[in-house]
Ligand binder design. Structure first.
Ligand code: NDP
Length: 419
């Protein structure tokens, strides 16, 4: 019997909202709010008649905390799910804090304008102190821990697939399979083909920023940073086959390094085809990935935002994408004095996702865990005042929900390791 406010109505939100509407006994009332309210209205119309959840829509500029506060006061949600962009994380967290409503998201805070001098100063200090240069990190949101604790509300960060499910897999491995986890390799393989020469599977701006940045991994208590795409491995994925994968910086490494005792190394690999990398390098070389405004014909434009307008909308890839994803974590460590290795993973089929909710598997594998995290918070199953990542709660109810709501997982007790 919960009221949920979902902010954002893009690819990931659409799946999360479809799933929320499948769980009407928990989510009795839903408000879909976004910058472009017409998108919310279209989705609401599509779902009405197929769900018992009461759906309303609203227009909100989530960059404006007061607007979010006004909306929360009007709709009175029991939980807010932020599936807008990482740029809005702090404004929405502020609004939830002001109204004492639990907050849930799928990606950690990034500053939209990386030339903003105030943000830049903090960022440069952090680069020096921690040793990685990604534009995103948890420090901004972890700064809300005490405030959320005092307010008695839960802040659940990063409940997508990676981060999100990968951290739940880690908590599950820690609870049921290991006395000590020593290494974690997170593997994100997308074997899908959408038929376009170049398109991104989720928001292009966020995606291209992430993959064009230096890679980094955690080893022996510190970060090791490497040039972009400079560590490449091949791996044979069930359901997909042999793929090239590259080491990237990824946000869950930061949380897992802080929270998993004994861990010696954490790496993140994502698969990319050669054509994707060639397109990206070319766009980068000509300046199209720049995030700072450029003057053009008397107007200020941000190249990466202009590029987004040219690329296919990730939400439109659903009908054309075929193939599977295979995402999971390889753990090595010790159990009862013996060495152990396991791979916990999910295989997801793009076309099956499309048939169920009208989206491809990348939105699906993010939107389903977004709903699950929100549901556990709404039901009070995951209820801890403060701000936490998904590895900091009991993984079992989340793992059960993955099986129930479309992302069944498996454990391979003899996986091939990544060298
Ligand atoms: P989209 O670009 O498809 O959707 C973003 C939505 O947010 C749009 O509806 C957009 O509105 C809305 N929005 C943007 N700015 C504002 C604003 N100021 N106020 C209100 N609404 C706003 O993105 P995705 O669905 O692909 O991604 C959503 C989130 O999921 C991102 O944070 C992304 O990083 C995260 N993600 C997480 C993953 C994980 O595994 N953890 C994997 C993939 C994505 P409009 O329609 O007007 O543009």
């Amino acid at each position: 019997m919960s009221r949920v406010l979902v902010i954002g109505c893009g690819g990931v939100a659409s799946v999360a909202i479809h799933k929320i509407c499948q769980v009407s006994d928990v989510f009795t009332d839903l408000c879909i709010a976004s910058r472009t309210v017409s998108k919310c209205d279209v989705l609401a119309e599509e779902l009405k008649g197929n769900t018992k959840t009461n759906i309303t829509t609203a227009k909100v500029d989530a960059d404006n905390t007061d607007e979010v506060i006004a909306l929360i006061n009007k709709f009175k949600p029991d939980v807010v799910l932020n599936v807008a962009l990482p740029y809005q994380d702090l404004t929405i967290m502020d609004a939830c804090l002001a109204c004492k409503v639990p907050y849930v998201d799928t990606a950690n805070y990034e500053c939209e304008d990386t030339d903003n001098p105030e943000w830049r100063k903090v960022y440069e200090e952090r680069c020096k102190r921690l040793g990685f240069t990604a534009y995103f990190d948890y420090s901004w949101q972890w700064a809300y821990r005490e405030k959320y604790k005092e307010a008695g509300i839960t802040g659940l960060l990063g409940t997508g697939f990676d981060p999100g499910v990968t951290s739940v897999f880690t908590a599950y491995a820690q609870k049921h399979y290991f006395d000590e986890i020593h290494t974690i390799d997170i593997l994100d393989c997308n074997g899908g083909d959408h038929g376009y020469p170049f398109a991104t599977n989720f928001n292009p701006e966020i995606n291209l920023r992430e993959v064009s940045a230096p890679g980094s991994y955690w080893e022996d208590g510190h970060w090791v940073e490497i040039p972009p795409m400079s560590i490449k491995r091949e791996y044979d994925f069930e359901g997909v086959g042999m793929k090239d994968m590259y080491l990237l910086h990824h946000e869950e490494i930061e949380a897992l390094a802080a929270n998993i005792p004994h861990v010696k190394r954490i790496r993140f690999f994502m698969t990319f085809g050669q054509s994707y990398l060639t397109h990206m390098k070319c766009l980068e070389n000509v300046g199209m990935l720049r995030t700072d405004p450029v003057e053009f014909n008397g107007q200020q434009i941000v190249p990466i935002q202009f590029l987004k307008a040219l690329l296919p909308d990730p939400a439109s890839l659903g009908p054309r994408t075929v193939g599977k994803t295979n995402i999971g974590c390889i753990f090595t460590g010790i159990k009862d004095g013996k060495e152990r290795k396991i791979y916990i993973y999910n295989v997801c089929d793009h076309q099956e996702c499309y048939r169920e909710v009208g989206s491809q598997a990348i939105s699906y594998t993010t939107g389903v865990p977004a709903m699950i995290g929100t549901m556990l918070v709404a039901k009070g199953v995951w209820n801890k005042p403060g701000v936490f990542t998904t590895d900091e709660f009991d993984p079992d109810p989340y793992m059960d929900a993955l099986n129930k709501y479309g992302l069944p997982w498996k454990v391979d007790e003899n996986p091939v390791l990544v060298d």
